[in-house]
Design a protein around this ligand. Structure first.
Ligand code: G3H
Ligand code: 13P
Ligand code: ZN
Length: 359
């Protein structure tokens, strides 16, 4: 059994200067692909479910799948995380289902569309921290709204993101406000807005500093050197997979993601959790399309899904290698959530002291 909390995993990552990809999961194929890659590279892993994923797969199915993955890959520390929780109930029901970590995204209101003000964000995030920490679960908060600095828009593809246009100041996390926010909410990790957005259409050209504000990460890290920074919308949307997708009936217009080398630079400046959904969607679907288009008489779904799994696993392995996650799984001795709860209760995890040292 190796279910790990986000806090312990990111503390380990900070101590050993690496980052951990957080892959979104909706089904068995994604789960197997991610864990096969983790096993092949000896990487600890974060698998995260959005509210959409929980509706799609059902909480019972997801919970049993997580249990199965844990049994099949006992050597891999697995953090199970709620992605973009929109209210307290979403976060608590995730913990009830066995998640070890939750994101309370108070940058938006409960409708996951309207930008929220600072006071609302602090109030709801602090409430989730208080409750989650009582049972040892970790909490990620978000300050600033995810959206494109090129257009001022949030993402339109997924159900989560503001509608309309925001000005630059709302699309960039303010480092001084981040300092206050972490103190006010006691979150274990902080998601920041730096111009990334969800989905495939992030940038119309290879991003430079004006649209991918890595300088904001640097400034936040200076103010909060012990806080784990989370980069959302961090798929790289690889050209090679766009090409496979487009060559087999797909229609994806020219687009650019977050370059892996920028993420690697971020890891040197305190980025510890890197959210990736689109890349696995794209690689898996491109491969599925390729088989469908080239083996037109095939109707056994396994003949499509196995190559799709291999394609997703390849992307995962590449990210584990690039982020320095590879080789770290075997070094981690998991602290159970019940022990984490005691550490929070003693108050020794805030200020942000390394869990392994506090235990
Ligand atoms: O939050 C963004 C992730 O890509 C999840 O997307 O809500 O379509 O599952 P989803
Ligand atoms: P991508 O759409 O870039 O994969 O981002 C996923 C994400 O941030 C999930 O929270
Ligand atoms: Zn996100």
């Amino acid at each position: 059994m190796a279910r790990i909390t986000l806090r312990q995993l990111l503390d380990h990552a900070a101590e050993h200067s690496y980052g951990v990809p957080a892959f979104n999961i909706n089904n068995m194929e994604q789960g197997l692909a991610i864990l096969e890659a983790a096993k092949a590279t000896d990487s600890p892993v974060i698998i995260q479910a959005s509210r959409g994923a929980r509706t799609y797969a059902n909480d019972i199915m997801l919970a049993k799948m997580m249990e199965a993955l844990e049994l099949m890959y006992p050597q891999i520390p697995i953090c199970i995380h709620q992605d973009h929780g929109n209210n307290v109930a979403t976060c608590l029901s995730a913990i009830q289902s066995g998640f070890t970590s939750v994101m309370m995204d108070g940058s938006l209101k409960e409708d996951a569309k309207s930008p929220a003000d600072y006071d609302y964000n602090v109030r709801i995030t602090r409430q989730v921290s208080e409750l989650a920490h009582m049972v040892g679960a970790s909490v990620e908060g978000e300050l600033g709204c995810l959206g494109s600095l090129e257009t001022g828009h949030g993402e339109a593809e997924d159900g989560h993101g503001f509608e309309g246009k925001l000005d630059r100041s709302m699309l960039l996390t303010d480092p001084d406000e981040a300092l206050r926010f972490v103190a006010d909410t006691k979150v274990d990790a902080l998601a920041v807005a730096i111009g990334t957005s969800h989905g495939a259409y992030k940038f119309t050209r290879k991003p430079t500093g004006d649209v991918l504000a890595m300088n904001v990460i640097e400034a936040i890290h200076k103010k909060l050197p012990n806080t784990h920074i989370v980069m959302h919308g961090s798929s790289s949307v690889p050209e090679e997979w766009q090409a496979v997708f487009n060559a087999h009936g797909g229609k994806m217009r020219e687009t650019y993601g977050v370059p892996v080398e920028e993420i690697v630079r971020g890891i040197k400046m305190g980025v510890r959790k890197i959210n990736i959904d689109t890349d696995l969607r794209l690689a898996g679907t491109a491969e599925f399309r390729r088989i469908a288009a080239t083996s037109t008489s095939e109707f056994d779904p396994r003949k499509f899904l196995k190559p799709a799994m291999d394609a997703m696993a390849k992307v995962c392995r590449e990210r584990f290698d690039a982020f320095g996650t590879a080789g770290q799984a075997g070094k981690i001795k998991v602290i159970p959530m019940s022990e984490m709860a005691k550490l929070y209760a003693k108050g020794v995890l805030d200020p942000k002291i390394n869990v392994a040292k506090a235990a």
